[in-house]
Ligand binder design. Structure first.
Ligand code: S3P
Length: 180
């Protein structure tokens, strides 16, 4: 498997609410890199919120934009931290073209407890908890298969804060010689 050494990006994947954006920000700061958040980039480009894009163009329209962004990132971005949307590595099979792919693994119950009602409302695919759980079950194996590295955030216990997770990622990548 390619180690993601193409462009030296660190690509965070995982289910909605697994901490990709907040861990990504901490990781970018600690490595003095830029954070690119895919959902934010799509929202800024479209001048619409994700939920509005889903309402206007359906999930298929959103996936098209997400895929186009992923292709652009793969061709144009180097040395960044990239926080993906939860569906990107599912619908874009070439995720490893973007860089070293790190899966932030968390149990569904942890995620559900962590996301406020407001945070769930921003995510059309989290509108119904039992559908979201089914989606989680469908996707878990795919995230693991498409990642170069898996960080089990539930197993981190008390040291499972954002900064500790970022440090664990740095340590993992350093051990493979690919974080600096
Ligand atoms: C999605 C995850 C969301 C966002 C969209 C679809 C998904 O991003 O891209 O609502 O299919 O899992 P987050 O993972 O940042 O919530």
């Amino acid at each position: 498997m390619d180690s993601g050494s193409c462009c030296n990006n660190i690509v965070l994947i995982g289910f909605m609410g697994s901490g990709k954006s907040s861990v990504g920000a901490a990781l970018a700061r600690s490595l003095s890199r830029v954070l690119l958040d895919c959902d934010t980039l799509i929202e800024q480009t479209e001048s619409l919120r994700i939920a509005e894009i889903f309402a206007k163009e359906g999930e298929a329209g959103f996936r098209q934009k997400e895929r186009a962004l992923a292709e652009w990132l793969a061709h144009n971005v180097r040395n960044a931290v990239i926080a993906t949307g939860g569906g990107l590595p599912i619908f874009y099979e070439n995720i490893q073209n973007l860089g070293a792919v790190v899966y932030l693994k968390a149990d569904f119950d942890t995620i559900h407890a962590r996301l406020s009602r407001e945070e769930r409302a921003k995510r059309p695919l989290f509108a119904d908890a039992s559908n979201a759980r089914a989606l989680y079950e469908q996707r878990a194996q795919i995230y693991a298969a498409r990642a170069h590295h898996i960080i089990d955030t539930d197993k981190m216990g008390d040291s499972g804060g954002i900064h500790d997770i970022a440090s664990a990622i740095v340590a993992r990548l350093e051990s493979k010689g690919i974080s600096q």
